[in-house]
Write a protein that binds this ligand. Structure first.
Ligand SMILES: Cc1cc2nc3c(=O)[nH]c(=O)nc-3n(C[C@H](O)[C@H](O)[C@H](O)COP(=O)(O)OP(=O)(O)OC[C@H]3O[C@@H](n4cnc5c(N)ncnc54)[C@H](O)[C@@H]3O)c2cc1C
Length: 485
């Protein structure tokens, strides 16, 4: 357990100055967004207190570590086309940053097909009749679907690829990930995430496979040698070196607006309470948690009652195996609905330091499920047994290989872009916008599907907005696409 000890500031010990360099910021949440914001604010000369509910910092970007095995919350690769972001990371991790080649497959029709999907290749795993049906459906969609409004994910994909391709390639995995029908998922999500080649390109690929890498298929990525969690850990060290305060195992009770800032009441693990004063608050915690912390007299209850945004949760099954390797993949995708798991990742393929020695390997297995669903209620043993049995059928591993296993249930993993979410999100954001010194930042805090590089860019934009006179140029957001999931 990493609990960071620093002297606790009391109300009177915080310097209250109208000059921005001495402003006190309270950062809610110690994931990548909160930590990056704290680091940047300290560098601007502010004082910072960061409050994290978990026992360690990192949030979704932390690395779980037990008995010499290391697992991310689903393998986390770092990729950005934004030089400012890449240089920030290189500066932070220096020689701890590896460059890892990427190879991924999707399990279709009992075969492992290259991922991101090259549709021409994937079609070839079907019978000629079915493949022809898909091609005809694709061509027909250019006429029959032209007028289709783009409201849902289903609309967006069918309009571009036809019903047959949609049914086989897009619908099963997407519904597995999100747990809702594709006609309830917003087209905005497809537009943000899917970037796959045109039909002309697909035909070209089928006739003469391209030598260059497709735009969506990043051929290599950055990875910290002892797991993605090295990024939050390095940030934590810098924050403390810069004089910041981090409280782990501490939850936010209330966040009360005052005439010149906020009063934030927190509760430490030992049950003790503390009230801190802040000139500005950066919130990276889920929107519903922030709403709950605002006292009723500010109308928060009314907004809470109308609040209707959902986050998708995830179950991570981490399995240590007494065998040297399962596959060479970076990730493997499993769209079949009868399989409990949706995606796997073999940490050793990214860095040898993820296992205690070369005779072992491990799998980080992602099971898409939300609180309240039956799979969420399964015991850890039930989850392990079902997954291992199914993996045995695929020929990947069996019970005798299992050395150790751990199950982590992770809430708030993905903001769900259900149709109509934009209006609901706007209403919540409008409510919070009455306080210009309250900033919603990051993926979880701003309900914006971003990878970690996008989160870092988001923090840079927040800093640029807050300190325009000292802004350095941050390139526009470049990171949103790249991978369908
Ligand atoms: C399965 C999976 C795979 C991913 N793979 C990749 C990848 O390959 N590459 C990539 O770049 N990105 C990936 N991501 C995305 C990446 O993890 C996120 O973009 C990033 O970690 C989000 O950081 P954040 O700080 O915005 O949110 P979070 O990490 O959610 O941070 C929020 C923090 O707030 C804390 N908190 C919550 N409530 C409270 C409270 N009441 N009081 C105090 N603290 C609270 C939480 O404990 C958490 O630490 C993946 C995400 C998932 C779920």
């Amino acid at each position: 357990m990493i609990t960071v000890a620093n002297t606790r500031p009391t109300v009177s010990s915080i310097v209250q100055s109208p000059d921005f360099p001495k402003q006190h910021f309270i950062v809610l949440g110690g994931g990548l967004a909160g930590l990056t914001a704290a680091q940047a604010l300290l560098k601007k000369g502010c004082t910072v207190t960061l409050i994290e509910k978990g026992s360690q910092v990192g949030g979704l970007a932390r690395t779980f570590e037990k008995e010499g095995f290391r697992f991310d919350i689903g393998g986390h690769r770092f990729h950005s086309n934004n030089l400012t972001v890449v240089n920030w990371l290189k500066d932070l991790l220096k020689s701890d940053l590896l460059t890892v080649p990427r190879t991924s497959h999707i399990y279709l029709n009992g075969q492992f097909v290259d991922y991101p999907i090259q549709i021409a290749k994937a079609i070839s795993t079907f019978s000629p009749l079915k493949a022809a049906h898909m091609a005809v459906s694709y061509l027909a969609s250019k006429v029959t679907e032209r007028q289709r409004p783009e409201v849902s994910f289903e609309d967006w994909v069918i309009k571009r690829y036809g019903k047959a391709l949609y049914k086989v390639f897009f619908e099963p995995y997407t519904e597995k990930v999100w747990g809702i029908p594709c006609n309830e998922l917003s087209a905005a999500w497809a537009a943000q995430r899917i970037s796959i080649p045109s039909f002309r390109k697909m035909v070209q690929q089928a006739i003469a496979p391209a030598k260059e890498t497709p735009a969506t298929a990043i051929s290599e990525f950055y990875y910290p040698r002892a797991g993605f969690g090295m990024i939050p850990q390095a940030l934590e060290r810098e924050i403390l070196d810069l004089g910041g305060t981090i409280y782990t195992n501490t939850s936010v009770l209330t966040c009360t607006p005052t005439s010149d800032g906020f009063e934030v009441a927190i509760q430490h693990q030992d049950g003790s309470h503390q009230t801190l004063r802040a000139d500005q608050v950066v919130s990276t915690i889920p929107l519903d948690a922030l709403l709950e912390s605002i006292p009723d007299e500010w109308g928060s209850q009314e907004i809470s009652q109308q609040y209707d945004l959902e986050y998708r949760d995830i179950i991570c099954l981490f399995v240590a195996l007494k065998k040297p390797q399962v596959s060479r993949d970076s990730w493997t995708y499993f769209p079949l609905k009868n399989l409990l798991f949706g995606r796997t990742h073999e940490p050793k393929n990214w860095s040898s330091e993820m296992v205690p020695d070369g005779s072992y390997t491990s799998l980080a297995i992602e099971i898409f499920a939300s609180r309240g669903e039956s799979v969420w209620q399964m015991t850890d043993d039930e989850i392990l047994n079902q997954v291992v049995e199914q993996m045995d059928q695929i020929g990947w591993t069996n019970k005798a290989d299992v050395h150790r296993s751990w199950v982590l249930r992770v809430p708030y993993a993905y903001p769900v872009y259900r149709i109509g979410y934009q209006e609901k999100l706007q209403a919540v954001k409008n409510y919070f916008s009455q306080w210009p010194n309250l900033h919603l930042v990051g993926r979880t805090g701003s309900f914006h599907y971003m990878n970690s590089d996008g989160v870092v860019e988001d923090v840079f934009r927040f800093i640029e907005k807050t300190f325009p006179e000292t802004a350095v140029e941050v390139q526009p957001l470049t990171s949103a696409t790249g991978r369908w999931m």
